[in-house]
Write a protein that binds this ligand. Sequence first.
Ligand code: ADP
Ligand code: MG
Length: 238
Amino acid sequence: MATLKINDINKNFGKTEVLKGINLDIKHGEFLVLLGPSGCGKSTLLNTIAGLETSNSGDILIDDHNVNNMEPSDRDIALVFQSYALYPAMTVRKNVTFGLEQRKTPKEKIEKALNDVSNLLQITQLLDRKPSQLSGGQRQRVAMGRALVRDPKIFLFDEPLSNLDAKLRVEMRREIKKLHQKLGTTIVYVTHDQTEAMSLGTNIAIMDHGLIQQCDTPKNIYNKPESVFVADFIGSPS
Ligand code: ADP
Ligand code: MG
């Protein structure tokens, strides 16, 4: 189980208000897409949920526990970025298992987790390669494997496909969807791509200038936009 509540989060960088009172109530197993134009505060919100940024006010609750003062590593959250940040000198195997080894996870458990995740993501053939010997799509799979292997309660994705070409993007989108159906993990997925949002989200939160403009099912967002901004951004018929 993992629910995620975001209660009235405010965040300033200097005098700039980047998050202006964000509220979201994310249910267990929900795939929430956070959609909005560049610079509206999506990454800042994800980083605040992950604990990489500290908010000026407001609360983050995971399973109704306040995690405001919890270290990122204790939050049971995995964050996948657009830049894969794999360790270039390590093999794929090591990249995936490194985090578990650091936590002194027993060897057999690491082996099993590695096996499960490599099968799921179809990277078993790549385990002995270095990141430089992988394609963009393969690197993204490894980055996802590294997140998945920890069996986190919540997955955060920050524009994970934006560095891939169009064809691969569609393919990976399909795989992320499958993965969610299989694992049922709670996901918050950031994108500025309307098509991606529509095809992935069980719910979509439209964000602009540090505020959630509307949070609803893809169908309602498209058919019943509550503002001109939402209608324009999503391309609803007027
Ligand atoms: P998005 O992910 O939606 O493109 P960001 O959350 O990255 O937006 O950024 C929101 C706003 O906050 C932007 O105006 C950006 O310039 C500003 N910002 C982000 N990070 C910092 C930072 N560390 N210091 C100062 N300003 C920042
Ligand atoms: Mg961003």
